[in-house]
Structure formats: structure tokens, C-alpha cells
Design a protein around this ligand. Structure first.
Ligand code: NDP
Length: 241
């Protein structure tokens, strides 16, 4: 029987590519989003992938959303915690709201979405949890103290959860993308983008599909001995030890 995968923020950008790649690999896929109904409905119509709307920062909404996905699509075997936002600014000018929004969407969501999923995975003795961090959680980035903190937190969370669940057939890993040619990155002025590309040894931005392929690999049976790891997919821009 086909396995079920839940991709948060799975209707747009990197998440969209992940949802499509998992569907093409034979999974039943559910993709979540926050508020962009137009994009989510177009994605659903184009790809025949079920979409669910809730705020991953909200624990009650996430518990209810996961229950709905499991009732309508199936028990979740693969969870991709991908939803994320930025609210950039130098720390000395950053508001607590900018901090709180980024921490709750990018890091609280690790709790709110994974917590209602983990019991079922433990009972069934199989699970794949793939958390999307960022190069900027590994190296820190000026203007992103909030985002860097949240994305570094994702890595610590992953290492702990991997150890707790290793005997239950569940692997938990991080993918840390570098700069990927999504709307967000393509929206920056061309000159700035060229400056970024100059710092990437491979000499180009990454493609969302290149993150998606890494997800499909980590989700598969053959990746069962990989847990607690961080897979960097960044064109060599930051090579962690
Ligand atoms: P996008 O902004 O293109 O898409 C974000 C997705 O997450 C959308 O589907 C959005 O829904 C959803 N989302 C945002 N906030 C919430 C929320 N509170 N609750 C539920 N869903 C939410 O992002 P990217 O594809 O660029 O990024 C995806 C992930 O990859 C993020 O975690 C990001 O931090 C990380 N990343 C991205 C990089 C890049 O270069 N783009 C580099 C490194 C990491 P809606 O459409 O409704 O807004």
C-alpha cells in the first residue's frame, strides 16, 4: 500500500517541489498552507494533491489539521516540516513581534505538527521525519538573528528526536538548503542576487527540485540507517564540519 506523506507549506516554493516529487515517487501526499488560497487551489487542481489550511504556529489548529489529514488521506508515514517564514532586520532594530513570528512559525511548528504525528509512527514502527532548516541556521546570517536562531533550533530538535525514536523504525533528519531559486530569492534585485551567486562555489542558485530529490531519498526504505543527520544542499556555499 502507498505510504502517506504530509508536507507543511507544501503548496508553494520548495514545499511544492517536495509534494510533487513525493507524489511522483508513489506517496499519497497532503500539502498544507497558511492563507494563499488562490495558489493552493491552483496547485491542487494542477497536481491532484490534497491541500489543508492551518497555521502551523498554532498547536490546536495543528492537532486538528493532522487528525483531518489522517482521516482523509491516511496515517502519516512521512512528515516534511517545511513551512517557514522570514522577518528580516538587524537585531538592534528588531521587534519582539518579528522575533516571535519567526520562532513560532519555524520552530514551534516542529512541536505543533510533529507531536500529533509521532505516536502513530511509534505504534506502527515506521516513520520518516525530514525537517527543513537553512544554511543560515548553520552559519548565522546578518539581519536574520531570529531566523538563524529558529533554524539552528531545528537542528538540535532533530538530533534529540532521532535518538528518542531510533528503536521504533523512525528516522529524523534535517535538510539545510542554501539559496534556492524560489519567488523569495528571485524577488531580490538582480545585482544583490549576483552578489549571492558569486559566493556559491557551484556558481548558481539551487533548484527547488534538488531539495525535493534529497527529501525523496531520506524518505525511502534505503535511508533507514541515516538518522540525526544534517544534509546540506547548498552548492558548497557553507561546508559544515
Ligand atoms: P515560500 O515562502 O515559497 O513558501 C512557504 C510555504 O509555507 C507556503 O506554502 C506558505 O503558505 C507556508 N506557510 C508559511 N507560513 C505558514 C504557517 N504559519 N502555517 C502554515 N503554512 C505556512 O518558502 P520557500 O519555499 O522559500 O521555503 C520553504 C522552506 O525552506 C522554509 O522553511 C524556508 O525557511 C526554507 N529555506 C528556503 C530557502 C530559499 O532559498 N528559498 C533557503 C533555505 C531554507 P501560503 O502559500 O499560504 O503562504
Amino acid at each position: 500500500m502507498a505510504r502517506t506523506a504530509l508536507v507543511t507549506g507544501g503548496t508553494r516554493g520548495i514545499g511544492e517541489a517536495i509534494s510533487i516529487a513525493l507524489k511522483n515517487a508513489g506517496y499519497n501526499v497532503a500539502a498544507t498552507y497558511a492563507g494563499n488560497d488562490e495558489k493552493a487551489n491552483a496547485f491542487k487542481a494542477q497536481h491532484g494533491i490534497a491541500v489543508f489550511k492551518w497555521d502551523v504556529a498554532d498547536p490546536e489548529a495543528s492537532a486538528a489539521g493532522v487528525a483531518k489529514v489522517e482521516a482523509e488521506v491516511g496515517p502519516i508515514d512521512v512528515l516534511v516540516n517545511n513551512a517557514g517564514i522570514t522577518r528580516d532586520g538587524m537585531f538592534h532594530k528588531m521587534s519582539f513581534e518579528q522575533w516571535r513570528e519567526v520562532l513560532s512559525t519555524n520552530l514551534d511548528s516542529m512541536f505543533t505538527v510533529t507531536r500529533p504525528v509521532i505516536d502513530g509512527m511509534r505504534e506502527r514502527g515506521f516513520g520518516r521525519i525530514i525537517n527543513i532548516s537553512s544554511i543560515n541556521g548553520q552559519k548565522g546570517q546578518m539581519g536574520q538573528a531570529n531566523y538563524s536562531a529558529a533554524k539552528a533550533g531545528v537542528i538540535g530538535f532533530t538530533k534529540a528526536l532521532a535518538q528518542e525514536n531510533a528503536r521504533k523504525g523512525i528516522t529524523v533528519n534535517v535538510i539545510a538548503p542554501g539559496y534556492i531559486a524560489t519567488d523569495m530569492v528571485m524577488a531580490v534585485p538582480e545585482k544583490v542576487r549576483e552578489g549571492i551567486i558569486a559566493t556559491i562555489p557551484v556558481g548558481r542558485l539551487g533548484e527547488a527540485e534538488e531539495i525535493a530529490e534529497a527529501v525523496v531519498y531520506l524518505a525511502g526504505d534505503k535511508a533507514g540507517f541515516i538518522t540525526g543527520s544534517t544534509l546540506t544542499v547548498n552548492g558548497g556555499q557553507y561546508i559544515a564540519g
